[in-house]
Design a protein around this ligand. Structure first.
Ligand code: CA
Length: 222
């Protein structure tokens, strides 16, 4: 499941991304409405978390007036927790409203609740050649046989599968898989890629995970 976190407080954005990652979600953080527009233009998100006060505008007003639809289901995260603010947020098209500060577990539960609503796009299984990834069950398979991978390898595989055929840069992997406070040693990503590549090969997927020297990694069909 891919979440767009629109939050200008860098530290909070990273904490949310890391907390949700540990609970099985993959997050992209946008620090402004402009960055959010950019992310929405190139990727599909299952849920959007929207801070109300952003450097280039008011998140709730943006939600109400944004011309390009449909938007992913949206939860507003804000320190404004007056009844009027909640009503304004929900009227603007938000699906839920969570006042700051909040517990990550509650946020994760609310995301799951939003995803269960009728009409919300069901999470579809991603397929790339013989590989399948089921985001709801968090299971990766090669030719219908489940492969045993760690949480981080699974996140890496999901990221590469969602962008199959394209080079995913090392810094994009770092942002998606590692938290703000987590030291990333220079070869941590390389080691994770090597383990994943070996497991894919052992499962019969063939040579599908390629290193693009000095840039990043690419997953191909075979
Ligand atoms: Ca803010």
């Amino acid at each position: 499941m891919r979440i767009l976190v629109i939050e200008d407080n860098l530290r909070l954005g990273e904490l949310i991304a890391q907390g949700l990652y540990e609970r099985g979600f993959t997050c992209d953080v946008a620090n402004s409405l402009g960055a959010a527009e950019g992310a929405l233009a190139v990727a599909q998100f299952d849920v959007m978390l929207l801070d109300a006060g952003l450097p280039d505008g008011d998140g709730v007003e943006w939600l109400a007036t944004r011309a390009t639809r449909p938007l992913p289901p949206t939860i507003i995260l804000t320190a404004r927790d007056g009844i009027d603010d909640r009503i304004k947020g929900l009227d603007a098209g938000a699906d839920d409203y969570l006042p700051k500060p909040f517990a990550i577990d509650e946020l994760a539960a609310r995301i799951r609740a939003v995803l269960r609503r009728p009409g919300v796009r069901q999470q579809s299984v991603i397929e790339v050649g013989d590989l399948t990834f089921d985001p709801a069950a968090m299971v990766a398979s090669v030719m219908q046989r489940r492969i045993d991978v760690s949480r981080r390898e699974l996140g890496l595989l999901e990221l590469l599968m969602r962008r199959a055929g394209q080079v995913v840069r090392r810094d994009q992997i770092e942002v998606a898989l590692y938290g703000f406070d987590e030291p990333v040693t220079p070869n941590a990503i390389e080691a994770a890629v090597s383990r994943l590549r070996r497991k894919l090969e052992e499962a019969g997927a063939g040579n599908v995970l390629h290193t693009v020297r000095g840039v990043g990694y690419l997953l191909s069909e075979s």
